[in-house]
Design a protein. Structure first.
Length: 215
């Protein structure tokens, strides 16, 4: 209690003066202050570990700062990094995978009609499509997208935990609903089995879309 009074009054008098007035030692005051600071750090570390565990051990310092701020714990990124080192908190990433499409199949392959002509003179004359993957807190998701080359805008997309032909078909349906292209549109992709599939090729033929593929 005495040391708390010193903390409260030290803006009006020196620590030495207050210690003499209250019959306390300066060393005791600084020891108590250090202990209080250490207790606060320990509590912050507890919250830090809790948020890190809740993230599936995937949060880095930036996300941990945001998570602590959400709990009204004001702390900077460099301090979080230091506490992470002291507590031996290390982010664990699951092994990345890069296999999004399989080009080793016996399905028909289209010619490269687009032939690297990536700058069409008008909208909805050439689109491209591809599949990528996104890391989330619950695992990996595959993302199929369709880009309109004239505007460089994503006009169709679909996500899923697997990547069947239906994934690229859903992305294409969204793009067609958005733009309603006329027959003769070139749609370029890689030679993956999803793009060579019967479902996808049938959808292209239904709407008069010219298929183009390359490696």
């Amino acid at each position: 209690m005495i040391y708390e009074l010193i903390d409260h009054w030290q803006t009006k008098a020196s620590v030495a003066q207050l210690c003499r007035l209250l019959g306390a030692s300066r060393s005791g005051y600084y020891a108590a202050k250090a202990k209080t600071k250490m207790t606060a750090i320990c509590l912050t570390t507890v919250h830090l570990k809790a948020e890190f565990t809740a993230s599936g051990r995937s949060y880095g310092s930036r996300r941990l700062v945001s998570a602590l701020h959400a709990k009204n714990i004001v702390i900077g990124r460099y301090k979080v990094r230091r506490l992470m080192r002291e507590a031996q908190i290390k982010t664990i990433w699951k092994r990345k995978f890069t296999n999004t499409t399989d080009s080793k199949h016996d399905l028909p392959i289209a010619n490269n009609i687009l032939n690297r002509q990536f700058n069409p003179a008008e909208p909805n004359r050439a689109w491209t499509s591809d599949i990528t993957y996104v890391r989330t807190r619950t695992g990996w998701l595959y993302l199929a997208v369709v880009m309109e080359l004239f505007s460089r805008k994503i006009i169709g997309w679909a996500m899923g935990s697997t990547m069947p032909a239906e994934l690229v078909c859903r992305a294409l349906r969204m793009a067609m609903e958005t733009r309603k292209p006329t027959a003769g549109l070139i749609l370029h992709s890689d030679r993956g089995s999803q793009y060579a599939s019967h479902e996808y090729q049938h959808l292209l033929k239904q709407h008069g879309i010219v298929c183009s593929m390359s490696r």
